[in-house]
Design a protein around this ligand. Structure first.
Ligand code: TYD
Length: 209
């Protein structure tokens, strides 16, 4: 049995993760891999309930509460889905993982990196994705794509309703983290044509197959 790998996709809202995720899923399946596709926050029964709470725009929430809920959902996700799938030899692709907490709760909400480091260590020990794609777009392009997707209808999600400055901070935090962890995080310029991005993804994924 070949060993499974854990790939995560990151980016600000509207960066194009979903499109690339389905392509990646099909590509890996065509290579004969068993693929499990999942997302955060969520991926388990309890995780989806936590997701509903943390995205509910009618709920005011302390930034630390937000971070704790993200990591609580992650604990379940690891225990019930990610680690068992990897143990079976499956490949797991997750739409977001811990880098999102550093970017959104750290960069966006201003939580200290030390606190997030502690939570990361507590919840996942030394476990890390084998590969992370960070799809980079400006907050303006992200917003434009998001509006295109929702047909301009105002979204009610707690994050999507944030201003461009919030996403500028999130983006900066993602880029800093990618700079710090270049062996794991691949920065992809997601303003490029889809076909160009696919080719990049293909070459990088083949290098870990
Ligand atoms: P996402 O599923 O990408 O949103 P959508 O389904 O609308 O594309 O992610 C939901 C939101 O959760 C997103 O705005 C980022 C946020 N988030 C955090 O703030 N911290 C985290 O640790 C994670 C995993 C997500």
């Amino acid at each position: 049995m070949t060993q499974g790998k854990f790939i995560t996709l990151e980016g600000i809202d509207g960066a194009g993760k979903s499109t690339h995720l389905s392509w990646l899923d099909s590509f890996l399946q065509s290579m004969g891999r068993n693929v499990v596709v999942t997302h955060e926050p969520g991926g388990t029964l309890l995780g989806e309930k936590l997701r509903a709470l943390v995205l509910d725009s009618s709920l005011a929430m302390h930034p630390e509460t937000e971070a704790l809920l993200m990591f609580a959902a992650r604990r379940e996700h690891l225990d019930k889905l990610i680690l068992p799938a990897l143990d079976r030899g499956d490949w797991v692709i997750s739409d977001r993982f811990t880098d999102a907490s550093f970017a959104y709760q750290g960069g966006g909400r201003g939580l200290s990196e030390n606190k997030l480091d502690d939570l990361e260590r507590w919840v996942q020990g030394t476990f890390q994705p084998d590969l992370t794609f960070y799809f980079d777009v400006t907050s303006e392009l992200g917003r434009k794509r998001l509006n295109g997707r929702t047909g301009g209808i105002k979204s009610t999600d707690r994050f999507e309703k944030e201003k461009n400055e919030f996403f500028d901070r999130v983006r900066r935090a993602y880029l800093e983290r990618a700079h710090k962890l270049p062996h794991r995080i691949q920065v992809i310029d997601s303003s490029q044509p889809l076909e160009t991005v696919k080719l990049l993804l293909k070459n990088i994924v083949l290098s870990i197959c």
